[in-house]
Design a protein around this ligand. Structure first.
Ligand SMILES: [Zn+2]
Length: 421
């Protein structure tokens, strides 16, 4: 009953749910044969471009098909957790979340899988989810969803019913608008959160019925946009739709490789980098009138720059600047804003005696309830004079990750979701 209420009410609506039934039968079989063919096709494409995908799987599905999941890992796929069962975390109590997150971890660990990350089913979560993930030792959560404005940019006019359905999906996922926000990982009390991107396979194929060449345009636009902005584009392609999205995936990976400056990484590699980058310690000391020494203590892969001067790895940077090349942000600023500036690569300091000495004094420029994005945008406008650490390692301009949630591998798995919800 809980599943029926959730799916009819929040997720798909009555009409879409019934429209989808015949599709399910063609995509999943009584055995895992069809799903395995789709997974093989996915890996043929990703391996062609030397890309390792990250596939979050529900623990019960992995337990029913241990050989398939282990073989994926042996072939270089990063396996992540996608719930114990496929249910709505936003409607679970704190205790239920703690219990189910640790059961998922134990189940996957008992199968010998090395699982570091998590993505919630239905992209639904709350702050209790993050506490439960931290307590269970997960290194990252890849649940938050950002909607890129690719449909509008590509001039795709969605018919009213499809538009309403896309909006329903956005509401269900609690999506953030990528045209209003930077799309980057963020550290939340020691754990990395990595955004997922829509449009994704589900809305393009099942809700909007786009053909392959239109899907290529949509993902091309998202790749172009994320590259231009220096953001992360996390593709989500559920294995059951690989054959329907094979050309768009192939075209996107080919373009990213041809560009040469897009870092194509697993979610685990992104989490490792974000932790490595967040551990940096930078100091800025005066070294004469209008001169500063920037001491960089951090990863070998990290590039630190001011204007057109830059260093790679832990070194010193000697610069000329009338004012201290950092941001002053007094104690009125909330920790999330300061973390947002750190995620964007800036140095902040709060000593009031130096406020007027800094290139940017936030206290005088914006009210402290300004959004993280508004603050980051202001910093970017001053960027030439501020010390800034590169967002991505080793000179890459933006980041791309291929992910796909394994919700079910057979019709039986799918049917069990109703019972387990
Ligand atoms: Zn799912």
């Amino acid at each position: 009953m809980r599943w029926i209420r959730f799916v009819l009410g929040k997720s798909r609506g009555l009409r879409n749910t019934f429209d989808r039934l015949p599709t399910l039968v063609t995509r999943f079989g009584l055995t895992s044969r069809k799903s395995q063919a789709q997974l093989r096709m996915l890996l043929e494409i990703t391996e062609r471009y030397g890309v390792r995908p990250t596939l979050p799987v529900t623990a019960v599905t992995a337990r029913r098909h241990p050989k398939i999941v282990r073989e994926l890992e042996e072939r270089g796929v990063e396996i992540a957790a996608h719930g114990y069962v496929h249910n709505d975390y936003a409607s679970l109590t704190r205790e239920e979340q703690f219990e189910q997150v640790s059961r998922a971890r134990d189940e996957l660990a008992a199968m010998g899988l090395s699982v570091r990350g998590w993505r919630c089913p239905y992209s639904r979560w709350n702050s209790d989810t993050l506490d439960a993930l931290r307590a269970a030792g997960f290194e990252y959560d890849a649940t938050p969803v950002y909607a890129w404005p690719a449909y509008a940019q590509e001039g795709l006019v969605l018919p009213p019913r499809e538009m309403a359905d896309y909006e329903r999906l956005c509401e269900l996922f609690g999506v953030r608008d990528a045209s209003m926000n930077k799309v980057l990982p963020t550290m939340v009390d020691g754990m990395v959160q990595i955004p997922m991107s829509i449009p994704q396979d589900e809305d393009m194929v099942d809700r909007l019925h786009l053909d392959s060449s239109t899907m290529i345009r949509v993902w091309h636009r998202m790749l172009q946009d994320s590259r231009h902005r220096g953001d992360v584009f996390v593709i989500c392609l559920h294995p059951e739709r690989v054959s329907l999205c094979a050309e768009p995936l192939n075209a996107t990976l080919r373009e990213a490789r041809e560009r040469g400056d897009v870092w194509i990484a697993t979610l685990g590699e992104i989490a490792t980098w974000w932790n490595e980058r967040d551990r940096r310690r930078l100091t800025v000391e005066p070294s004469g009138t209008g001169r500063w020494t920037v001491g960089v203590n951090g990863s070998d892969r990290m590039i630190t720059r001011v204007g057109n001067q830059m260093v790679t790895g832990p070194k010193h940077l000697h610069i000329e600047s009338v004012r201290r090349p950092v941001i002053h942000a007094g104690p009125i600023w909330p920790p999330e804003t300061l973390q947002g500036l750190r995620d964007a690569g800036y140095i902040t300091q709060n000593g009031s005696e130096q406020a007027s000495d800094c290139v940017l004094d936030l206290d005088r420029c914006l009210p402290p309830d300004s959004s993280v994005d508004a603050v980051t945008r202001l910093a970017e406008e001053q960027s030439a004079d501020l010390v800034r650490v590169s967002t991505w390692p080793a000179g890459y301009r933006s980041c791309l990750s291929v992910t796909g949630d394994i919700d079910a591998l057979t019709l039986f798995d799918f049917a069990m979701r109703l019972k387990e919800f």
